[in-house]
Design a binder for this molecule. Structure first.
Ligand code: URA
Length: 153
């Protein structure tokens, strides 16, 4: 399960998460892991588009979090990957910066959670792609996945 921040203009129009430019990169990240979009669940912390694409405010995150929790409990994912600061901080209930959070296994509702960079950030900062790939490889290892999509062992 991948958790992003909230819908942007494209997602608002289509009614699905991660369909814009960042979503296309997320699709490539998922494919590079040997997974398919159909095989994963993609959600956002906030369910409505914040005006002007601003970062969701604390009250908005708080209002939407119970819905995300229910999604996680219904899906029971093998691993959760949070994308970017808003998702990691919201789900983990922390104010720690991404530099401290990413790449370090955490737990949410007893499920393994890996925070990594948001694909929109990776589009702006391609130099962060290497560390994002390290995070995704840790997830793949946990899932017993090779980059060819095989389940090992
Ligand atoms: N960014 C997000 O965090 N979520 C989306 O659905 C699209 C872009």
């Amino acid at each position: 399960m991948f958790i992003g921040e909230g819908p942007g203009a494209d997602e608002d129009r289509v009614g699905e998460p991660f369909v814009g430019r960042a979503g296309q990169l997320l699709g490539r990240m998922i494919a590079a892991m040997g997974l398919s979009r159909e095989g994963v669940y993609i959600a956002n912390v906030v369910k409505c588009r914040p005006p002007g694409n601003r970062t969701p405010e604390a009250g908005e995150v708080e209002a939407c979090l119970p819905f995300l929790r229910e999604q996680v409990l219904a899906v029971q994912p093998e691993v959760i990957v949070t994308l970017g600061r808003t998702a990691a901080q919201a789900v983990l209930g922390t104010g720690s910066p991404m530099s401290a959070l990413r790449g370090v296994w955490q737990e949410f509702e007893g499920m393994a959670l890996m925070p990594t960079w948001h694909p929109a950030y990776l589009l702006r900062e391609p130099s962060a792609k290497k560390s994002a790939w390290q995070d995704l490889q840790a997830v793949m290892e946990r899932l017993g996945l090779s980059a060819t999509g095989e389940r090992e062992g």
